[in-house]
Design a protein around this ligand. Structure first.
Ligand SMILES: NC(=O)c1ccc[n+]([C@@H]2O[C@H](COP(=O)([O-])OP(=O)(O)OC[C@H]3O[C@@H](n4cnc5c(N)ncnc54)[C@H](OP(=O)(O)O)[C@@H]3O)[C@@H](O)[C@H]2O)c1
Length: 318
């Protein structure tokens, strides 16, 4: 029997690379995995790490590249869409690009071109769909995004609801963890905090901006579980999940966790209000999330924040 096909759209990004690693670590290689890249040809280190995965160029803005995937890989059983303009400031600067990349219209147009509308689409959304004026948002709370990034993600969710019958939308909080096989250009949150505190300078952190950061390997485990459920005979799903860690932490608390683990003086952390700094984009204050539905649906308990930071920094020092 031929293997089930999994396509990771945005396989060169932070989550995409960790996901390729997650699929390749499964015993017995039960899936054929392919991935897409956009700005540059896939790095050699990535091709070398996953020699059995096909790599395809793809532009989600135009849909260029899907034909090649149809010809050489065929209709995937599962698509994980990790591609996005994922930096809020970049979305604010170019709302047109944010909408055309983050709303998966070309992807769903391509999936709709196959006779059977059976592919499971696992789509990455964000906690920034919430307004940020209370703690522990639930999935059924109203979405009121305060910036272009959040608006593009809400539009993406609505588009998927209307156009594709089999999906899981994951509203992820900040994803943290070790660097990828081929290092990504954007700065990673824990590594950035570690870098600035290690210099011994006093640095400002927000005491009034709250998130539920999630360890990257937990996000990978969630996606693998969803793929497994579907591929082992599950029914079509229309699933919306908050994907966060178990701890609601401020930026100050994130920095304190790094400082304690590394042995830095916590007086280097200067608590300031987020309202005192202009970041060129509005950032919601408290978008902490209730993850009860995630835990109950998939029986997965995400890693406590401090443990995830320890794992991240242990790996970084090797
Ligand atoms: N990382 C987080 O903390 C976080 C938190 C919440 C939600 N999310 C969401 O989770 C998903 C994955 O995030 P990430 O951090 O892995 O993102 P990332 O590192 O920025 O990766 C984005 C990916 O999208 C691809 N891409 C960009 N423009 C494209 C286009 N026009 N056509 C096709 N592909 C394109 C990039 O390819 P190239 O690199 O080859 O250009 C890259 O593979 C995103 O949807 C993001 O919004 C992330």
């Amino acid at each position: 029997m031929s293997k089930k096909r999994v396509l990771v759209v945005g396989g060169t990004g932070y989550l995409g690379q960790h996901l390729l690693q997650g699929f390749s670590d499964i015993n017995g290689s039960p899936y054929d995995v392919a991935f897409t890249h956009h700005s540059f040809p896939p790095p050699h280190s990535l091709l070398h790490a996953f020699p059995s995965s096909l790599a395809f160029p793809l532009d989600l803005k135009t849909g260029h590249g899907f034909d090649g995937i149809s010809r050489r890989f065929g209709q995937p059983h599962v698509v994980v869409n990790c591609a996005a303009l994922s930096v809020p400031r970049a979305c604010e600067a170019d709302p047109g690009a944010a909408m055309s990349i983050n709303v998966p219209s070309s992807l769903i147009g391509w999936l709709s071109s196959f006779n059977e509308k059976t592919t499971l689409l696992i789509h990455l959304s964000t906690d920034q769909v919430y307004q940020g004026v209370k703690s522990f948002y639930k999935e059924e709370d109203e979405t009121i995004p305060v910036n272009v990034y959040g608006k593009s993600k809400v539009a993406a969710e609505q588009f998927i609801y209307e156009k594709w019958p089999n999906f899981a939308i994951l509203r992820s909080s900040i994803i943290f963890g070790p660097q990828t096989i081929s290092p990504v250009p954007k700065s990673l949150p824990i590594q950035w905090i570690d870098g600035v505190l290690s210099k011994g300078d006093r640095v400002e952190f927000f005491y009034d901006e709250y998130r539920c950061p999630i360890y990257v390997k937990d996000v990978v485990a969630i996606i693998l579980a969803l793929a497994r459920i579907w591929l082992s005979g599950g029914k079509d799903m229309q699933l919306l999940l908050n994907v966060g860690g178990p701890d609601r932490v401020s930026r100050v608390q994130m920095a304190e966790a790094v400082a304690k683990i590394r042995g830095y003086n916590t007086s280097l952390i200067k608590p300031v209000s987020a309202s005192s700094v202009n970041r060129g984009v509005i950032s919601p204050s408290d978008i902490s999330m209730d993850i009860t539905k995630l835990v109950q649906t998939l029986d997965i308990t995400p890693t406590p924040f401090v443990d995830g930071v320890k794992l991240t920094l242990e790996i970084e020092t090797w």
